[in-house]
Structure formats: C-alpha cells, structure tokens
Ligand binder design. Structure first.
Ligand code: F6P
Length: 324
C-alpha cells in the first residue's frame, strides 16, 4: 500500500513528442485539483539527478497545450543505466519531498522509473514517443502528430516526383520500430515500405518492382524507408544506376518530432495526464498508463515492460497488395 502522497514530481524523458506539454499541463492542474503540490523536473533524469527542480502552479502550464516540444525539456540519460545513477535520482526525489513521480517517455524511461520505485518512490509512466513502440498501449503521445507531419511532407515530395517521373525514397523516423513508416506508407499509398521488422535487404526486389510499375504506366515510385534501415542516399544512387530512372532521397528527420500537436494528441495526452494523477490519488503504485481495446487503462510496470508488440501483419500485407 502506498504512503500518502503530498507532492507529485513530473518529468519528460527521451525523445520529445508533440503532446507532452498537454500531458504536463494535465498532470500539474489535476494534481492541484486533488490538493497536491507539484514539482517540475527539468531535462529528464539528468535534471532530477542535478536537482533542476521547480515548483509548479496552474499558471506555470498556461498557454502550452498547443505547443510542440516540452516546457520541461528532456534528455537521454545514460547514468540511469547505472546503480549509482538510479540511487542519485531516488535521493533527489527524497531531498525534494517528491513522493510520487510521473515519467512521460518511452520504454527506456520506464525502465529507469522501475528502478527508482525500488527506493520506495511511487512512480507512474505515461507513454510519450512518436515511435508508438510501447507494447502495453495502442497509443503513445506524439505518434499522431508525427505521422500527420510526415504524411503531409510525403504528399509534397510525391507532387514533384510525379512531375519529374522520378523514384523517391523518403526516410521517416523509427530506429527500431516501423510504425511511422507503415502508417505513412498506407496513408500516402507508397509503392514500397521498408520496415526494420520486415526488410530483407534485397534491393533487386525493389528494382524489379520499380521497373514493373513503370511498365504499368506509373509516373512515380514512392519508397518509405524507416530510419532503422537508413542509408537512403546510397540506396537512391544504386536504384538510379540499376533502373535508369532518376531517383532522389529525402530524409525527413527531426521535423517529425516538432510542431503543434494534433487534436488527438492533445486530448489523449490530457486524458493520460489526468489518469496518472487519479491512480496516484487512488493509492496505486508503479503503473504505466495505457490505451488499450478502446479505453484508457493502466498496467503494473513489470507487466507493461514484459509485453511484446508486433507490426500488424494485416496492414503490412494490404500495403503490398494495394501498391499495384
Ligand atoms: O524519440 C524517438 C526518435 O525520434 C526515434 O524515432 C529516433 O530513432 C530517435 O528518437 C532519434 O533520437 P535523437 O533525437 O536522440 O537523435
């Protein structure tokens, strides 16, 4: 059973994601409504260790629901993979009277959170990553904005690709996960989608597919390549040499992580922020907030981290079927 929580700390960790600000706002204001104090921790676990912690009130989160990035800033903190780092983070929570910690971030951030909880600090995770690669949830903060940003950019590339009758390789984010690539591939009607989970590195197949499509009269050939496969520029050069068709590579990069969050990201991030505070106030400990089977829910941290998530075979198959 958890001890009484007086002060809730909140941090964002790992890559930023549009909608994180909406979640911060919800955590801060919901905590205030529940009569709790709230502390904002700057720059993720690095800031926690360094004591970069500020008191927050309702006003601190004014005018942020619509903004991309995270007002608390974020970091990838290698020290959290060491026992000393975790101990320092837990010590900082205690010194700053933080008895419950809300972590908005991805799987790696949740692992750090689990370690901190072994020092008796209540922790709750909110899934925040544009990659959608957190197993226990069908929604992560930022994915919707990121895929919409990428989709619009790909539409633009497609216009010029068609005008010039070119082949275009567009690289989207996702080092280990192909969800952004798969969704963009489906949304943009791409001819080929290369996912880290699926790609067999057989470029001859791509070349054959491009030539076949050209014979069918297609004026462009869009290949969505996930960052985890990468090397889009070299791939474009090789494809141009093999097909004789002008081929260009466009790497969308970090533009996918910025921008104003979509309505879905604002609403879901807000709901998850409030949900996190609600379960802390109910006395639940060490949970991860999730969206599953059409509703918001929460999982024990161990269970959340133990689950496995696969790319939808069905969506992958139809993306291929439709690219005729
Ligand atoms: O946060 C997720 C993500 O954007 C991945 O898609 C990408 O592989 C990675 O972060 C890039 O990280 P960084 O901004 O540290 O280069």
């Amino acid at each position: 059973m958890a001890g009484k929580v007086s002060t809730i700390g909140v941090l964002t960790s790992g890559g930023d994601a549009p909608g994180m600000n909406a979640a911060i706002r919800a955590v801060v204001r919901s905590a205030i409504v529940h009569g709790k104090k709230v502390k904002g921790i700057k720059k993720g676990y690095s800031g926690l260790m360094a004591g970069e912690i500020v008191d927050m009130n309702a006003k601190s989160v004014s005018d942020i629901i619509q903004r991309g990035g995270t007002i608390l800033q974020t970091a990838r903190c290698e020290e959290m993979y060491t026992a000393e780092g975790v101990e320092q983070a837990a010590k900082s929570c205690k010194e700053n009277d933080i008895d419950a910690l809300v972590v908005i971030g991805g799987d790696g951030s949740f692992r750090g959170m689990k370690e901190i909880s072994s020092y008796g600090i209540n922790t709750v995770g909110i899934p925040g990553t544009i990659d959608l690669d957190i197993s226990c949830t069908e929604y992560t903060i930022g994915f919707d904005t990121a895929v919409n940003t990428a989709m619009e950019a790909i539409d633009k590339v497609r216009d010029t690709s068609t005008s010039h009758e070119r082949c275009s390789i567009i690289e989207v984010m996702g080092r280990h996960a192909g969800y952004i690539a798969l969704w963009c591939g489906l949304a943009n009607g791409a001819e080929d989608i290369l996912l880290p989970e699926k790609y067999d590195y057989d470029e001859q197949k791509l070349v054959d597919h491009i030539i076949e499509n050209r014979k069918r009269g297609k004026k462009h050939h869009i290949i969505i390549n996930a960052e985890g496969i990468g090397r889009s520029i070299g791939m474009a050069q090789r494809i141009e040499a093999a097909t004789g068709l002008e081929t260009r590579a466009t790497i969308l990069g970090h533009m996918q992580r910025g921008g104003n969050p979509t309505c879905k990201d604002r609403v879901y991030a807000t709901t998850m922020g409030c949900y996190a505070v609600d379960i802390i106030c109910q006395g639940k400990t060490n949970r991860v907030v999730a969206y599953k089977d059409g509703d918001f829910t929460d999982f024990d941290i161990e269970e959340a981290l133990g689950q496995k998530k696969e790319i939808s075979e069905y969506q992958y198959r139809i993306s291929k079927e439709l690219s005729i």
